[in-house]
Design a protein around this ligand. Structure first.
Ligand SMILES: NC(=O)c1ccc[n+]([C@@H]2O[C@H](COP(=O)([O-])OP(=O)(O)OC[C@H]3O[C@@H](n4cnc5c(N)ncnc54)[C@H](OP(=O)(O)O)[C@@H]3O)[C@@H](O)[C@H]2O)c1
Length: 319
């Protein structure tokens, strides 16, 4: 793109959106206008985050993602849309894509992905948590040829409170610093690729600044590949103690998954994703990091240290 890109970000104050906007703001010289589109509710419920973004020169546009006129107004002068909308709003991206298609100045759309590869293998198309994201990809195949896309596929987030955290459903895997107890998935030796949330932001910013390599691709990027047993060893080293360990073999994980879906339990999606990861659904012959110029990523050791600090802080008395 000859001129600097004008960006509009949806979901910028969400769990991963905040890392994405941070990385974009850190690379601000590479971009033109940076704007976020947020709901009136978020404007009032997250005033500190919104003010911090304003101070960094981010334009705050307020509206409803389902309101055509408000969205079209926000699209004015923008060439790139980045969505970090949450799981509950994945399908809401389809009208956003259709409106982008009607707006000739919009040239790139990055849908909310940042997770498990929804086209990893032929079986992926049947996975329940993937259905809405698959429809979003299908919608992006229907647009004019000069509206391009990239899918930033990061696999699971490593950071506390995600993979390296203490889980409320420990049979689905947990690293509990206070109880010094881990539940490892599978036999604990299966390899898994994880991504630090800060690296998700970095990968998105680099996707935009390395567009010739990124356009119309699913980028398989991650911070490192490890095993549950290796993660436990790093926790034990950093806490200078031996932890108690249990395992949730794959067949038990599959049974938990089935039971959760049968009962409409909220953790059903998490069980499915963790089963996919334990089956090897985050592993590739190569990662695409370097294609978009990312040569340095956060380490497992850094994230374990961070998880230990946050788990201890969580239990400390509040003043
Ligand atoms: N790889 C992983 O381990 C992992 C973990 C979690 C999530 N993810 C993925 O990351 C992406 C973003 O998820 P997130 O957890 O960061 O999102 P989130 O924090 O739940 O939500 C992000 C933002 O989306 C907007 N939103 C509007 N309507 C919504 C609705 N009905 N439901 C949910 N959000 C709505 C809200 O922003 P406004 O109020 O500003 O509109 C919200 O702050 C998703 O694609 C998700 O699947 C991956």
């Amino acid at each position: 793109m000859a001129d600097k890109s004008n960006l509009l970000i949806f979901g910028a104050t969400g769990s991963i959106g905040k890392y994405i906007i941070d990385a974009i703001v850190n690379a601000r010289d590479s971009f033109g206008r940076i704007a976020i589109f947020t709901s009136p509710n978020t404007l009032t419920s997250k005033p500190d985050e919104i003010n911090a973004l304003r101070h960094k020169g981010v334009d705050i546009l307020v509206g409803n993602i389902a309101n055509r006129d408000e969205v079209l107004k926000a699209y004015d002068g923008v060439d790139t849309i980045i969505s970090a909308l949450g799981r509950g709003a994945i399908a809401a991206q389809i009208p956003l894509i259709q409106l982008a298609n009607e707006t000739p100045n919009i040239k790139r759309f990055l849908p909310s992905e940042y997770g498990t590869d929804i086209e990893y293998s032929p079986a992926s198309q049947h996975e329940k948590p993937h259905q809405q994201k698959l429809k979003v990809r299908a919608a992006l195949k229907e647009v004019r040829s000069d509206l391009e896309y990239a899918y930033v596929v990061t696999g699971p987030y490593a950071d506390f409170p995600f993979y390296l955290g203490r889980s409320r459903s420990p049979r689905g895997g947990t690293f509990d610093v206070v109880a010094k107890k881990a539940v490892l998935l599978g036999d604990g030796q299966g390899r898994i690729s994880l991504t630090a949330c800060a690296d998700v932001g970095k990968f998105v910013a680099h996707t935009l600044t390395h567009w010739d390599a990124a356009r119309n691709r699913a980028l398989k990027v991650n911070s490192f590949t490890t095993t549950p047993a290796e993660i436990l060893a790093v926790f034990e080293t950093h806490t200078k103690s031996t932890w108690s360990v249990e395992y949730t073999p794959l067949d038990e994980l599959r049974a938990l998954e089935k039971e959760a879906w049968d009962n409409g339990a909220p953790e059903a999606t998490v069980y499915t994703l963790r089963r996919i990861w334990t089956e090897g659904g985050t592993l590739y012959d190569r990662r695409d990091n370097e294609d978009i110029g990312v040569t340095q990523t956060t380490t497992l050791s850094e994230l374990v240290e961070d998880s230990i600090r946050k788990q201890v802080e969580e239990l400390a008395p509040k003043h």
